[in-house]
Design a protein around this ligand. Structure first.
Ligand code: MN
Ligand code: MN
Length: 465
């Protein structure tokens, strides 16, 4: 009776054989390689485009008409991307959407970043997303992004990842002199304005040394001018992100975990993208969203709140010849979605913030969040029981290991994803992703077991009628 009635929550590793374990490790090797090349949204989009084209996907704009089986993608301003495989059934009966985000917490350069102080050159920054500022000091950091000149010329920047590149860092106070700092609240220990990147220390030698100020800064500008042909003003039209210069690595003697920057939410983005690459004939049109700006509220024309996604789905309706007045609304009202975003993994060192009965555990499979929000589910899209049952059925049919959790104890905190945005259009949505330790830290931790179960989940979802 116990066997039948209790909801057992076994560790997934215990239930698989050596063959499956090898398959998981192999899959995660691909994941870590990809992540090492795709630390920011623009890089993710460019790698995803390459992968998609290798697998027969083409820009939706290059199609006059679309037919079942056609594979398309749409890139929005190099920072977000949608992919689709046209199903055999009409879209008005609903489509199957999986949506993740490819932006991650980081530091962005201020519009006027470069200055000199005390013989050092610095880049001023403004942090992006929810970070614990102290975690970003005294670690190796790299620069990624673009500088766009007034003539439209675009310069790609990627410094600090190659072994031969220099890296950058933000200094912190030595403990010997940190008495005052250590007495502060943790959140005030490092001021936002002090998140300044150390970028140089050698002054430019000039004939007329005494009259020229800020020669270290000048030297940096000289180097940048020689290397990229840019001047100080060109930073105004740049988007440069500062991210940890760590490579994704296997973690632990048994190698069962992945340590990497940006796994929120690139772990769900990668696993859904990979699943889409392997789909062949689908009945329901399969759509994959890789969105930007989730970490700062999904605003702007590359965020999920924008109308870009509506435009993309309308294009699919136009090109399949199915469109008619107001059909888009109907499509959304009959569609299903997995909002594929990471979940807070249960951390035994901080067990007191989680309800052990309702937490997502590493190594126990994909984690469903029926709702997110904070303080009485505020701001949440709460999945309907009927839809949760449909998703459960899909998981059980495919022997996929899953758990149902919520983000921390009641009134401890909370969070959100892009789920509510699609739910507000009428789509049935549930949050469904990989549990993570140290979420939003420079080095985040996931279980390889869960990464693979995420991939299996997304594939099964798109394949279900
Ligand atoms: Mn996320
Ligand atoms: Mn996040």
């Amino acid at each position: 009776m116990k066997e039948e009635l209790l909801d057992k929550k076994e560790n997934g590793w215990k239930e698989i054989d050596e063959g499956r374990k090898n398959e998981i490790f192999e899959f995660c090797k691909g994941y870590m390689d990809f992540l090492g090349k795709a630390k920011i949204e623009r890089e993710f989009v460019s790698e995803a485009k390459k992968l998609a084209e290798e697998n027969g996907f083409r820009d939706v704009n290059s199609f006059e008409t679309l037919n079942p089986g056609d594979k398309v993608y749409f890139i929005n301003r190099e920072k977000s991307m949608y992919l689709a495989i046209i199903g055999t059934e009409k879209m008005e009966n609903g489509i199957h959407i999986i949506g993740s985000h490819i932006d991650s917490p980081r530091l962005d350069l201020k519009p006027n970043p470069l200055h000199e102080d005390g013989g050092f050159a610095y880049f001023k920054t403004h942090y992006y997303g929810g970070i614990k500022k102290y975690q970003w000091t005294a670690i190796p950091l790299s620069l990624h992004g673009v500088i766009v000149k007034t003539n439209g010329e675009k310069i790609n920047v990627n410094i600090g990842e190659d072994e031969n590149d220099p890296i950058f860092t933000i200094t912190d106070l030595l403990p010997h002199l940190a008495m005052e700092q250590m007495d502060k609240k943790l959140k005030n220990g490092v001021e936002g304005e002090n998140l300044q990147l150390l970028v140089g220390s050698i002054p430019l030698k000039t004939e007329d040394d005494k009259k020229i100020k800020d020669t270290v800064k000048l030297n940096i500008l000289n180097i940048l001018n020689e290397k990229y042909g840019i001047t100080e003003r060109d930073f105004v039209s740049s988007e440069i992100e500062i991210v940890p210069a760590f490579k994704p690595r296997s973690l632990g003697f048994d190698g069962g975990l992945v340590a990497a920057y940006g796994q929120d939410d690139k772990v769900c983005a990668y696993t859904s993208l990979k699943a889409m690459m392997e789909l062949t004939n689908v009945k329901k049109t399969a759509v994959c969203i890789l969105s930007d700006k989730e970490e700062i509220g999904s605003m702007g024309n590359t965020g999920m709140e924008s109308h870009m996604f509506d435009y993309f789905v309308s294009e699919l309706l136009n090109k399949t010849g199915e469109n008619r007045v107001n059909l888009l609304d109907k499509v959304f009202c009959f569609s299903k979605m997995l909002s594929s975003d990471v979940d807070a993994g249960f951390d035994p060192l901080y067990a007191n913030v989680s309800d052990a009965k309702n937490a997502g555990y590493l190594g126990k499979g994909i984690s469903l969040n029926k709702y997110t929000g904070a303080r009485g589910k505020s701001g949440a899209s709460d999945a309907n029981a009927e839809y949760v049952a449909w998703v459960r059925n899909m998981l059980e049919e495919n022997w996929i290991k899953f758990q149902v959790a919520e983000l921390g104890k009641v009134d401890i905190g909370g969070g959100g994803t892009i789920a509510y945005i699609l739910a507000n259009k009428g789509v049935d949505v549930i949050d469904c992703g990989v549990p993570v330790l140290s979420m939003h830290a420079p080095y985040e931790v996931t279980s390889k077991y869960d990464v693979f179960e995420a991939y299996r989940t997304y594939k099964a979802f798109w394949e279900k009628d």
